[in-house]
Design a protein around this ligand. Structure first.
Ligand SMILES: *Cc1c(COP(=O)(O)O)cnc(C)c1O
Length: 362
């Protein structure tokens, strides 16, 4: 009952991604896609991962406590430097102006030059800006170790040509920069781009993947990925209702005939997204649809006479996976993971030394 996170799945996904040819630079931002920073990082570290990416300094400090001699890269522009020096964090260069403004803090800090090829988030926006950053680092004797980008359209199925322009831009800029500087790591591909195995990214040393590690793919289904996440709840009440009756708040659902309704103790307050109701749940391998909305703490199913109070209900598992909902178009996979609350009991499978953050159940 509750949420089960399968660390062996994450372990195995890491191996299978690396079998494509490059070591994993693991993206563990947002509490490792809300699967739990410490268990996930510990598992990946045991598997040999030595590069982790997060967005914030607090996340980086958390990673550092489970991965003592790994490289931990902070992607957001840094303006507060204590933990960078204390924890020996890697930092991405957001822009030339940022670099110059932060100069007094940068001695001994491992820096990654980020190229903005189209996302308009962070990084050098032109080749000239990238070149200016490189020259500044060289003149000032700064420790420029990495070169990277992030592709905004790698998993957009309607923008292959534009994505290709971005890849081309990265390939062109990075080839020219690499003539002037040796980089210890070059990383560009997120999960979707990893699958494309674009020869123009042949100079990359790592793949910087997140969602694939956890077993999901927004683009096409990837049959060798193992979903790491299951969520079960139980039926807590059953009602027989007459034609014309409503269920839950509002009049959004009206029974067409006499119906049997099961109540679940889970709602959007637990992070069960409303998007979930577009596909049925399973009770003893039989499919039953949601009716009405998913509410804050409850949701409703239309069931048959076989269903009883106390029956287990599979919200996400072997029959309905996160990516089945992803492909309905109502919520993406990372979003469904991030939405879930730690109010729900959690359990880890396949870990050696892991303790979950809260609410362990057995
Ligand atoms: C989130 C993120 C990734 C990982 O993306 P996935 O699609 O989950 O593999 C990689 N790089 C950066 C900069 C990110 O923000």
């Amino acid at each position: 009952m509750g949420v089960t996170i399968d660390l062996n799945a994450i372990r195995e996904n890491k191996r299978r991604i690396e079998a494509l040819g490059r070591p994993v630079f693991a993206v563990v931002k947002n509490n490792a896609y809300n699967l739990g920073m410490k268990p996930v990082v510990t598992t990946l570290y045991e598997e040999g991962v030595r590069h982790f990416m997060v967005t914030t300094l607090d996340e980086a400090t958390e990673v550092r406590s489970s991965a003592p001699d790994a490289r931990v890269l902070v992607m957001n522009p840094v303006y507060e430097w204590t933990s960078v020096h204390e924890q020996q964090l890697d930092v991405a260069i957001g822009s030339y102006d940022w670099l110059v403004a932060q100069r007094s803090q940068l001695d001994g800090v491992r820096l990654h030059l980020k190229l903005d090829v189209g996302m308009n988030r962070f990084g050098a926006k032109t080749y000239d800006e990238a070149l200016a950053i490189l020259a500044y680092c060289q003149d000032e004797g700064l420790d420029l170790v990495g070169l990277c980008t992030h592709f905004p359209l790698a998993d957009a199925d309607n923008a292959e040509i534009e994505h290709s322009v971005h890849v081309e831009r990265f390939a062109d800029w990075s080839t020219r920069l690499m003539e002037r500087q040796t980089f210890e790591v070059v990383h560009a591909a997120n999960s979707a781009a990893t699958l494309q195995a674009d020869p123009r990214l042949g100079h990359c040393t790592h793949v910087r993947v997140g969602i694939f590690l956890y077993g999901y793919s927004s683009v096409e289904p990837v049959d060798w990925l193992i979903p790491a996440f299951r969520w079960e709840t139980e039926v807590i009440a059953i009602h027989d209702i007459e034609a014309g009756a409503h269920v839950g708040y509002g009049t959004g659902y009206t029974a067409e005939s006499r119906e049997r309704i099961a109540v679940l103790p889970i709602g959007y307050g637990d992070g069960l997204m409303r998007a979930r109701r577009h596909l049925p749940v399973h009770i003893q391998e039989k499919a039953f649809p949601f009716v009405s909305n998913i509410f804050m703490s409850h949701s409703f199913l239309r069931v048959d006479a076989s269903v009883q109070i106390g029956d287990r209900v599979e919200l996400y598992g072997n029959t309905t996976k996160i990516d089945d909902i992803t492909r309905t178009g109502y919520a993406n996979n990372s979003e469904q993971l991030c939405a879930r609350s730690w109010r729900v009991p959690h359990r880890y499978e396949g870990g050696n030394v892991c303790t979950p953050p809260t609410n362990q159940f057995v």
